[in-house]
Design a protein around this ligand. Structure first.
Ligand SMILES: Nc1ncnc2c1ncn2[C@@H]1O[C@H](COP(=O)(O)OP(=O)(O)OP(=O)(O)O)[C@@H](O)[C@H]1O
Ligand code: SF4
Ligand SMILES: [Mg+2]
Length: 377
């Protein structure tokens, strides 16, 4: 492996190459394109989202950070898929890719497909490859068919407008002909739906006047106002205390039934996954290393990393308060090895582990693991 220090010449060469690639990808993002260019088919019609070999990179001065490096997983209709993994493994970058919220020109979807089954107002279903959609057309899905709930709602709410103004705005976007009274009635209804006791008062309040839990409820009501088919929740309860956390999770579960939709739930908390998810995707260093049903991942974890995660769950008797305490470090994202990324931390390493990166092995119709221990050949 080369040293971590770069010479001036190397930095200039990286910058030149990066500039070229970023320019090409930015032009592609902002091109005008006919819908037919990004219409596609689902591999399995029971899914609402299929992420297929997604590569999302950041073109930095030090080199290319392969934050998401070939991620594939499905979100079935009416299911909750939990995405778990330690800090920096690419969970948020995956969700930002689906929402096309990556900050360009540095952050770019480099390759892969994100197939989403959309349904327009007249009930017509179309499958879009979100990765190929030009930015001009993203409004077809973002903020209406797919809604996102972030960890810290304060950053997504505008501090200078009241909750009511911000909620009404969502109605106007989706129904420009609505009257002011209609928009307000809809906003109050939404606040009611997320269990806000005095909706009129919250309607007139500014974001800073509400507690964290209330703000998260408002964000959820805003996400709902657009009737999404898929909700992406990125650590929605991490900033909240335990009782509020439980209420927000209950709310999310209720809403999934109400909108008859799916949830992609990102969290580092295995307890939340066990409680909420039907399927689990375990990520490590920008890749999926194991995925399966919640029973498979909890009762029959196979990848040494997943097994380590389960062991590192805090319990009443352990004195550890950190969730992920598997010793060792994740490799440098700019300089990933070509063998298993977990090798330096793995206690079950075999001879093959120094060879190629392990292929995904299917162990049941729903359970997959990328580890040489399960590769028969
Ligand atoms: N703007 C950026 N520029 C360079 N690298 C970035 C940028 N944003 C994210 N990354 C890198 O991408 C990788 C994945 O980050 P991501 O935010 O997806 O992690 P995460 O799994 O959501 O972690 P956490 O649990 O801490 O939220 C990290 O290595 C991070 O350093
Ligand atoms: S491939 Fe080898 S090093 Fe990687 S997790 Fe499996 S056993 Fe460990
Ligand atoms: Mg994150």
């Amino acid at each position: 492996m080369s040293s971590n220090y770069l010479s001036g010449k190397e930095i200039r060469a990286i910058a030149k190459e990066n500039k070229k690639v970023m320019k090409r990808l930015e032009a592609y993002k902002y091109r005008k394109a006919d819908e037919s260019e990004y219409l596609t088919q689902m591999r399995d019609s029971s899914n609402i989202l299929e992420i297929d070999s997604l590569h999302t990179y950041f073109f930095t001065e030090q080199g290319v950070v392969k934050a998401v490096n070939g991620v594939s997983f499905d979100v079935p209709q009416n299911a909750t898929v939990g995405v778990v993994g330690e800090s920096g493994c690419g969970k948020s970058v995956t969700s930002m890719s689906v929402m096309r919220l990556l900050q360009g020109p540095t952050g770019q979807i480099y390759s892969g497909e994100i197939r989403f089954k959309s349904k327009d107002k007249d009930g017509v279903e179309k499958v879009y490859d979100i990765a190929k959609m030009p930015m001009d057309d993203i409004h077809k899905i973002r903020g209406n068919q797919i809604a996102m709930i972030f960890q810290e709602p304060m950053t997504s709410l505008n501090p200078v407008f009241t909750i009511g103004q911000q909620l009404d705005e969502v109605t106007f976007i989706h129904n420009p002909d609505a009257s002011k009274e209609e928009a307000k009635a809809k906003s109050i209804e939404m606040l009611n739906l997320v269990g806000i006791a005095m909706p009129e008062r919250v309607y007139g309040a500014f974001p800073h006047e509400l507690s964290g839990g209330m703000r998260q409820r408002v964000m959820i009501s805003m996400a709902l106002a657009s009737n999404p088919r898929l909700i992406i929740a990125d650590e929605p309860t991490t900033a909240l205390d335990v009782t509020i956390q439980a209420q927000i999770l209950d709310l999310l579960r209720d809403l999934k039934t109400k909108i008859d939709g799916s949830i992609m739930l990102i969290t580092h908390d295995l307890g939340i996954i066990a409680e909420m998810a039907d399927y689990v995707v375990v990520m490590y260093a920008g890749r999926v290393i194991e995925k399966g049903t919640v029973e498979e991942i909890f009762h029959n974890p196979m990848h040494p990393y997943t097994i380590g995660l389960q062991k590192s769950k805090p319990t009443l008797s352990s004195d550890s308060d950190t969730l992920f305490n598997i010793p060792g470090n994740v490799p440098n994202p700019i300089n990933m090895p070509n063998y298993c990324y977990f090798k330096e931390r793995c206690s079950r390493c075999v001879h093959k582990c120094s060879g190629d990166y392990p292929e995904m092995v299917q162990v049941s119709p729903t359970h997959f693991v990328a580890c040489h221990l399960y590769n028969e050949e």
